[in-house]
Design a protein around this ligand. Structure first.
Ligand SMILES: NC(=O)C1=CN([C@@H]2O[C@H](COP(=O)(O)OP(=O)(O)OC[C@H]3O[C@@H](n4cnc5c(N)ncnc54)[C@H](O)[C@@H]3O)[C@@H](O)[C@H]2O)C=CC1
Ligand SMILES: O=C(O)[C@H]1O[C@H](OP(=O)(O)OP(=O)(O)OC[C@H]2O[C@@H](n3ccc(=O)[nH]c3=O)[C@H](O)[C@@H]2O)[C@H](O)[C@@H](O)[C@@H]1O
Length: 439
């Protein structure tokens, strides 16, 4: 029998909702907190404000069982919780490439005055190294219980689209701790997940592991996209090249899908924040390659626009352009730094008449890019289109029948931005098929 802990989760965005629902699922008593009162109202009704596979079911189950509740009150959270998880956003600052950690500061400032007894505060957000140390001081200074309060840093590695699975069966757990009791408490909280490799370390290393992991993943994607650029110059095929690399166990095949590159609320901002922080620490040279990783990634978006331009014979102005996909990846409604929408927007800026379709991300896309055209289905987006771009590899798009789909377009021109379609099948159906890094 595992111990039940009384946990709060502060910040109920993509990470926080998942963490809260999964912790309730494994038996803990959980109180989620957010400053967004509408979101809290929705969550208390068991309604999920985001799209994440399997999470709606966990949320409903947690709410119905009474083990999962939500509030906007920091006082209630402080009274309820023995362990407080911080899942606040750390977006890119508007005035530099560094991370904005002000949501964490604000949450600590709101929580600390109510902390009148010993408890554990656990940071899960992705932060610049040194943040845990700074927040620890801030917490102890502001909380009536002072240094009876423990801080730990426990970075999160879940992927959107697989968030529930990644939380319930993580590859590893990293605990940045200063006391044995913090380690014991966190081990007890995660015990119901089973025997998960656990690395216990200091604050700085825990913060750095997260930045290092996302930088490695971003580098792997930009590496294969750099190979795609060379393939384009040399008439090679990056998909065959990646397959050949994948059989080498030292390289591995995952995260070698060439295309329009990485987006989302994490990889792009995290490599920039890591570089900025390393520069502050005088270690900027060590990470100068991450600037190149970023540039290769952004160049791929321009290349997709170029391919569309070539297919319509030189200018996209006045041309009808179907864009399949708005989310930064399939199985998510997240459009933060979405390559698909950046490309759609660039085409519109050139005078293209863009119509975007996505199975779940259209509402978010409309808010962020209100001037783009939107459609209610792939075929509606593609009506009389001169060129179609596949930019998010939703299975609905990958499974399109090129013959049937071709009957609605003006011209059978397609840019496969994710190397997800079969060139043989699409060419056989009379499409001019172009992809990044392939002849
Ligand atoms: N989205 C993901 O898949 C993952 C995110 N992360 C990291 O986790 C952190 C959170 O990311 P997301 O959940 O994507 O961000 P998000 O922006 O979706 O969620 C942040 C939440 O915090 C709330 N909030 C803002 N200020 C607050 C305050 N003062 N008090 C209480 N709540 C407040 C916001 O209303 C929002 O609901 C970031 O550091 C991110 O890098 C780490 C791993 C995975
Ligand atoms: O810190 C985070 O928030 C998370 O960031 C990423 O997860 P996520 O952003 O959800 O999505 P990924 O599956 O990593 O994809 C990121 C982007 O890279 C692109 N990608 C991925 C793989 C690939 O081979 N090629 C490629 O272009 C995807 O289309 C997407 O735009 C990491 O994979 C998670 O481990 C991490 O916890």
């Amino acid at each position: 029998m595992h111990t039940r802990n009384r946990i709060t989760v502060i910040g109920t965005g993509y990470l926080g909702i998942t963490h809260a629902a999964c912790m309730a699922e494994v038996g803990h008593e959980v109180l989620g907190l957010d400053i967004d009162a509408d979101k809290i109202r929705q969550l208390n009704h068991g309604e999920l404000p985001i799209h994440e596979n399997g999470l709606d079911e966990l949320l409903r189950r947690g709410v119905v069982s009474g083990r999962l509740r939500f509030t906007t009150s920091f006082q209630e959270a402080a009274e309820f919780g023995d362990v407080h998880f911080l899942c606040l956003g750390t977006p890119q600052r508007t005035d530099s490439s560094a991370a904005d950690t002000s949501q964490l500061d604000a949450a600590i400032d709101a929580l600390a005055p109510h902390l009148t007894r010993a408890c554990l505060v656990v940071g899960k957000s992705t932060v610049p190294v040194g943040t845990a140390e700074r927040l620890n001081r801030r917490l102890i200074e502001r909380a009536p219980a002072g240094d009876a309060i423990n801080l730990a840093w426990n970075p999160e590695f879940l992927r959107e689209g697989f968030a529930v699975k990644d939380t319930l069966s993580p590859d590893r757990i990293v605990l940045g701790v200063r006391t044995e009791s913090a380690e014991r408490t966190l081990r007890a909280i995660y015990a119901p997940l089973g025997d998960i490799p656990t690395v216990v370390t200091d604050f700085a290393t825990a913060e750095l592991v997260k930045a290092a992991a996302n930088s490695f993943l971003a580098t792997k994607i930009s590496y294969i996209n750099a190979m795609a650029e060379v393939c384009e110059a040399a008439q090679g095929d990056v998909v065959a090249l990646a397959e050949a690399l994948s059989y080498d166990g030292r390289i591995g095949g995952r995260f070698l899908n060439a295309g329009i590159g990485f987006g989302g609320g994490c990889l792009p901002k995290d490599i920039r924040a890591f570089t900025a922080r390393a520069e502050e620490l005088g270690a900027g040279r060590a990470l100068s390659f991450l600037r190149e990783v970023d540039e290769i990634n952004i160049r791929r978006r321009s290349r997709a626009v170029e391919l569309a331009r070539e297919l319509v014979g030189g200018s996209l102005a006045g041309r009808a352009v179907a864009v399949l996909g708005a989310a930064f990846k399939p199985d998510s409604d997240d459009i933060r730094d979405s390559p698909a929408l950046a490309i759609a927007n660039a085409i519109q800026e050139e005078g293209g008449l863009v119509s975007v379709y996505d199975p779940v991300a259209l509402d978010n896309a409309r808010k962020a890019y209100p001037t783009l055209g939107y459609a209610g289905s792939p075929t509606e987006a593609a009506q009389e289109a001169h060129v179609t771009l596949l930019l998010t590899e939703w299975s609905d798009f990958v499974e399109l029948d090129p013959e049937e789909f071709g009957s609605v377009v003006a011209d059978r021109n397609v840019v496969d931005g994710r190397n997800a379609l079969s060139p043989i099948a699409w060419r056989a159906a009379g499409w001019n098929y172009r992809a990044l890094g392939r002849p």
